[in-house]
Design a protein. Structure first.
Length: 369
């Protein structure tokens, strides 16, 4: 009986040894290889150093409303600053796996928002007002904070309760316009102007306040105005044709994404009609408009990224983090368009100088390099 038990123990021990050897063999013949092509197990590893090299990752969802020079510029600079902060802080702000484009379509934006929730992102960064509103209606309900970029009037858009105390899970960086200054510059260039065209999209909340401000200014200065709107490039082109037929002497457009996306298709007909187009961003001037005046979108993108970092790394509370409004910079003049519409660049600079505004010169291109 004892012999039988001993045999059983020997057999059991042998089986255990066989299993151990089999597992060791599996570990040694795994798929992992070193850069030199040898077995991964042949490379000595320090478990403690491997653990210390683990990098904290934050999932950053970036949602651009549509493609055009302004929003592309902002997106690029958000990503650039996040990369710099990743290197500086030794963490990984992973936006590459969570960047999306709404293509100017609300349904697409809603689908993107749902995907951001499914992906479990730590923060969503919508670029432009319609993108921010779409993200608000979905991701905030799931407790995901939002840091927006380039929302002209966050209060009117019902994104925040107050610019200084947003009151919820949303804050960000505004590209609010100084509309009266744009009107002052328009009048400085043409003191005798009698009729101004207002070109914008009624579907964009970002255009409402500056258009009302423009109307108030023009009424106060006894200057007539004609409003034309459109919701896509074809309608904007038709609106421009109507404004030309109405005999307007200049056109004003705020930071309107619909018009911005159509600028490359309208600037030549405005040049032919000798009508200067005054706009709320330098990217309009890049795409052929005579004039752009607003915040620097390189700075806006970087500031947005810094707010993201402050939220994720330092635990900043969006409810008590004021919306940032950047100072306006110099006016941007497209020198090719300036010449085409018959204006002297020197005269334009002199007119703006009376208002303390400098000039940045630019020529027509599709996008910033």
């Amino acid at each position: 009986m004892k012999n039988t038990n001993i045999v059983k123990k020997i057999l059991s021990a042998a089986l255990s040894l066989s299993l151990v050897l089999s597992l060791a063999a599996c570990g040694g013949s795994g798929s992992g290889t070193s850069s030199a092509g040898g077995s991964a197990s042949s490379q000595p590893q320090d478990a403690s150093s491997s653990s210390s090299e683990a990098v904290k990752e934050y999932k950053v969802g970036i949602v651009k409303f549509m493609d055009h020079a302004s929003l592309d510029q902002i997106e690029k600079n958000i990503q650039k600053e996040l990369d710099a902060k990743s290197a500086e802080l030794g963490v990984n702000f992973n936006y590459k796996d969570y960047t999306a484009n709404g293509q100017g379509d609300r349904t697409t934006l809603n689908q993107i928002a749902a995907q951001m929730v499914a992906d479990g992102v730590d923060v969503v960064v919508p670029i432009a007002t319609p993108a921010a509103q779409a993200m608000q209606s979905v991701v905030v309900e799931e407790g995901i904070p939002v840091i927006f970029a380039a929302v002209s009037d966050p209060v009117t858009a019902k994104l925040v309760d107050d610019m200084d105390a947003p009151g919820g899970l949303i804050t960000g960086v505004s590209d609010a316009l100084n509309t009266p200054m744009i009107m002052d510059m328009m009048v400085a260039v043409d003191p005798d102007i009698q009729k101004v065209g207002l070109l914008y999209s009624k579907s964009e909340d970002s255009s409402k306040k500056p258009i009302e401000e423009a109307k108030a200014y023009l009424d106060e200065h006894n200057i007539a105005y004609v409003e034309k709107t459109g919701t896509n490039t074809d309608e904007i082109n038709s609106a421009v044709d109507s404004l030309i037929a109405e005999g307007v002497e200049a056109i004003f457009t705020p930071t309107d994404n619909t018009v911005m996306s159509a600028e490359l298709s309208i600037f030549e007909k405005l040049n032919d009609a000798k009508i200067p187009h005054y706009t709320g961003a330098n990217s309009f001037a890049l795409n052929g408009a005579f004039f752009g005046y607003g915040v620097d979108y390189d700075d806006l993108g970087a500031e947005t990224a810094d707010m993201v970092v402050n939220l994720l790394v330092n635990g900043a509370d969006p409810a008590t983090t004021p919306v940032v409004i950047l100072a306006h910079q110099a006016a941007t003049i497209n020198t090719e368009t300036c010449e085409a519409i018959g204006l002297s660049l020197d005269d334009v600079k002199a007119a703006f100088a009376t208002l303390g505004i400098g000039v940045v010169e630019i020529t027509t291109a599709k996008s910033f390099s």
